[in-house]
Design a protein around this ligand. Structure first.
Ligand code: FAD
Length: 302
């Protein structure tokens, strides 16, 4: 590893914001994943310089938010992981719009919207991702999706330019946006909401929160729904009908509470989780002819 690269990285971020051989299990909700060669937590203004530095030194890089939709391999991630998290997490409200930097948690953005009596973001309050990760994935729950509220997203392009993308350019679909294809980085997003009744907004958020804790295995590490919803089916129902409720590989398990979730019972490795996911895909396909596609993204080396 280059000492010059490391020194220049520290010059950009200041000390205490970049790390070497950082264990990714600390930064993912599955609580698994080997080390990233480099791990950095920049402010919004520092991101472009870090990307240029990586390009100059031929260091591969990837961006993460809250790590709540990732399965990182046990051998870790070669190159640089750029966390857009708490160093880039400002949220402001102006009129009926919420402007949030990519690293802000969705729960914080939804909280600020509710405090300003703005409705439309209640569905997002329990999704444990960052604003950037949610825009990239078009995250959604309980009938709501990011595409219903995103007015624009400011991204950093591969050429190092900032661009403001419209909803049309973001090309939202089911758990899809144009951003991964462009290899762009979301820096911030503006959500267009409406004036609402504060008590009704609070009630709706509380109702969704309790539905989540009743139905989902929130007491265990996971990455939420492991699979996308296949057309005409529900992933959890197919898995249950295939007899896989509680199926285990080591400490990785199909949740007994919600078959659409793969959980880490404590000591699971990324390889065990990946093996379990493959087994579920194979067994469901054998029985029902449907190949489940993962919503969770696999990164790094297994
Ligand atoms: C208990 C639980 C419940 C969940 N419930 C839901 C739910 O109801 N609905 C739902 O949709 N999801 C749900 N999820 C999954 C997850 O929270 C969402 O997909 C969320 O949007 C991921 O955001 P993140 O910041 O954690 O992204 P990460 O997991 O960090 O990254 C996900 C992907 O986005 C990319 N990315 C992240 N930030 C940026 C950025 N700023 N610019 C460019 N690319 C970026 C990463 O490279 C990666 O490819 C749940 C997860 C858990 C653990």
């Amino acid at each position: 590893m280059s000492d010059i690269f490391w020194k220049q990285l520290q010059e950009i971020t200041g000390s205490g914001k970049c790390f070497r051989q950082e264990r990714m299990g600390k930064h993912t909700t599955f609580r698994v994943g080997g080390p990233a060669d480099y791990y950095v937590c920049p402010s919004r203004a520092q991101v472009a310089n870090i990307i240029s530095l990586c390009h100059a030194h031929h260091i591969p890089w990837m961006v993460i938010g809250n790590g709540s939709n990732l399965l990182v391999g046990d051998k870790g991630i070669p190159g640089m992981v750029i966390e857009l998290g708490k160093e880039s997490a400002q949220v402001t409200v102006e009129g009926n719009e919420v402007c949030a930097q990519a690293g802000a948690l969705l729960s914080l953005a939804a909280r600020k919207a509710a405090d300003a009596a703005l409705t439309g973001m209640e569905f997002a309050s329990g999704i444990p991702g960052s604003v950037g990760g949610a825009v990239v994935m078009n995250a959604g729950a309980y009938g709501g999706e990011m595409r219903q509220i995103v007015k624009s997203a400011t991204v950093l392009t591969t050429e190092g330019r900032e661009r403001v993308l419209s909803p049309q350019e973001l090309d939202f679909g089911y758990r899809h946006s144009s951003i991964p294809g462009m290899q762009a980085i979301v820096l911030e997003a503006v959500f267009a909401l409406e004036k609402g009744n504060p008590a009704a907004i609070e009630e709706q958020m509380a109702r969704l929160r309790s539905q989540r804790s009743e139905k989902q295995p929130l007491e265990y590490p996971s990455a939420g729904s492991t699979f996308k919803r296949p057309q005409g089916y529900f992933a959890g129902k197919l898995i249950e009908d295939a007899g896989l409720r509680g199926y285990q590989v080591g400490d990785a398990q199909v949740s007994e509470k919600h078959c659409g979730f793969v959980i880490n019972r404590g000591e699971a490795t990324a390889s065990q989780i990946r093996q379990l996911i493959c087994d579920v895909q194979d067994k469901v396909e054998e029985q029902f002819g449907v190949r489940l596609e993962t919503e969770v993204r696999f990164v790094g080396e297994f």
